[in-house]
Design a protein around this ligand. Structure first.
Ligand code: SF4
Length: 65
């Protein structure tokens, strides 16, 4: 499973980064971004974000390393 951040919904609270620092990072724009989809998966996936800003990406792209 791949994940991405809906930048419109992300308020930059940082809670995903606190809960899963190896999976989620905070960008210069003050929004979160996915560092490692595998780490996000093991941290709980979309449930990491209480604002529903972390979304599953369903198309089968190549796995990111
Ligand atoms: S928990 Fe959600 S709203 Fe907060 S920084 Fe992460 S993606 Fe953005």
């Amino acid at each position: 499973m791949e994940y991405s951040v809906d930048k419109e919904k992300c308020i930059g609270c940082g809670s995903c980064n606190l809960a899963c620092p190896s999976g989620m990072g905070m960008g210069n724009d003050g929004k979160a971004s996915v560092i490692s989809a595998n780490e996000v998966e093991s941290c709980g996936g979309v449930d990491l974000c209480p604002y529903d800003a972390i979304v599953e990406v369903t198309q089968s792209n190549d796995e990111e390393v």
